[in-house]
Design a protein around this ligand. Structure first.
Ligand code: PLP
Length: 385
């Protein structure tokens, strides 16, 4: 019998039944009064959830669109942008900014590490930057940036807006927008919200909105906060057709998050991540990110000597688990395991067991059950702490 396939890549993540049900509903007119009410409520709930006095926008698109929107609404040609990069997704801001005629300076870390906050502060003091971009959890490396500390530093520079890419973090890593000094937070639906891909979600705080106003007309209309904000206040109005079912699905996701409790959700992600990482290390894998800056949403897992990446991942699919390949220097040397959103202990235990079976079939000596023992021991200890 074929195993059920668990999609354990770092997004899209597994969707749970209540969210699937929303995606499967018969689509209604986007002017249907019930849908308009749902959409309006969702926007308010999202604003409250992550705490901004500014605005929240939910737009058809992906995280990449949200990255471009953040830049397009806060900068103009020849502005200076400081890009803090902890991997492939941090680097993507460089090309985006250059295409818009922005001057970019890049502070990049080694993969698996983060740029020290002191270095960021020093750089921000060298000239006026209109914006700084930071990737909260870089999906290429599995590192997590110290967002609260960076937010405190950026606050000292009143002309600089803090743009945070939360695509692989929002709804799993603490992000309190106004409180942490985040001016624009952006994410997508397919990661820790546990919805299918297709929504770009942005929170823009008061400073970012002021900046947007100061820019006047911007060249791109689909990207423009000023086109979307009136729709978010009154979704009966039209700008671009809203993806009705995804919006319902996101509303369901927010309902699940509220039922779990945001703090509990953050804690669950942290406890699970640390336990999974300890379990994998116990059987000979290494985790790329250093312990002090490990993401809670995914792990970049380096193979022990003698395990062939292609063969392992093929066997793992046969055992019922899909993971993603390592990137750049880590292609062939590591795999990327997503563990975010609405996954439960059953899914995690099944994933670890499948990893053991695939390793065994690949000829690597495994003590069966070891990952599960370490996962449970670490988890139960942290849950009772
Ligand atoms: C950290 C990060 N930023 C941005 C993106 C781009 O998002 P999308 O693929 O939804 O366009 C991704 C995608 O994986 C990501 O992980």
């Amino acid at each position: 019998m074929k195993n059920k396939k668990l999609v354990m890549i770092p997004g899209p993540t597994p969707t749970v039944e209540p969210i699937q049900n929303q995606m499967a509903r018969e689509t209604v007119s986007f002017k249907d009064p019930d849908f308009v009410k749902d959409f309006k409520e969702l926007v308010v709930e999202l604003k409250e959830l992550l705490g901004t006095k500014g605005e929240c926008m939910v737009v058809a698109g992906t995280g990449t669109l949200a990255m471009e929107m953040a830049i397009a609404n806060t900068t103009k040609q020849d502005d200076n942008v400081l890009i803090v990069s902890h991997g492939f997704f941090g680097d993507r801001f460089v090309d985006m900014c250059k295409r818009r005629g922005l001057n970019t300076d890049v502070l990049a870390s080694e993969w698996g590490q983060t740029v020290p906050v002191g270095e960021i502060e020093k750089k921000l003091g060298e000239k006026t930057y209109q914006a700084i971009t930071v990737t909260h959890a870089d999906t290429s490396t599995g590192t997590c940036a110290p967002v609260a500390k960076i937010g405190k530093v950026v606050r000292k520079f009143e002309d600089t807006l803090f743009i945070l890419d939360g695509v692989c973090a929002t709804a799993a890593e603490p992000e309190y927008v106004d409180q942490m000094g985040i001016d624009v937070l952006l994410t997508g639906s397919q990661k820790a919200f546990g919805v299918a891909p297709g929504l770009a979600i942005l929170w823009a705080g008061p400073h970012a909105l002021k900046r947007r106003t100061s820019l006047g007309t911007i060249p791109d209309s689909y990207f423009d906060f000023e086109k979307w904000i009136p729709i978010m206040h009154d979704p009966f109005k039209y700008w671009g057709t809203p993806p009705v079912n995804l919006i319902w699905a996101l509303k369901e996701s927010v309902k699940l998050i509220k039922a779990e409790g945001l703090e509990n959700r953050y804690r669950r992600h942290k406890n699970d991540a640390r336990a999974i990482q300890a379990a994998l290390e116990a059987i000979g894998f290494k985790i790329l990110a250093e312990p002090h800056c490990r993401a809670v949403t995914l792990s970049n897992v380096i193979y022990p000597e003698g395990v062939d990446d292609q063969e392992f991942r093929k066997l793992l699919v046969e055992e019922g688990v899909v993971v993603a390949a390592g990137l750049a220097d880590y292609a062939g040397k590591a795999f990327r395991l997503g563990h975010m959103g609405n996954i439960d202990k059953h899914i995690i235990v099944s994933t670890l067991a499948a990893i053991e079976r695939a390793l065994h079939r690949a000829g690597y000596k495994v003590k069966f059950g070891e990952t599960i023992r370490v996962y449970m021991e670490t988890l139960l200890l942290s849950e009772s702490a």
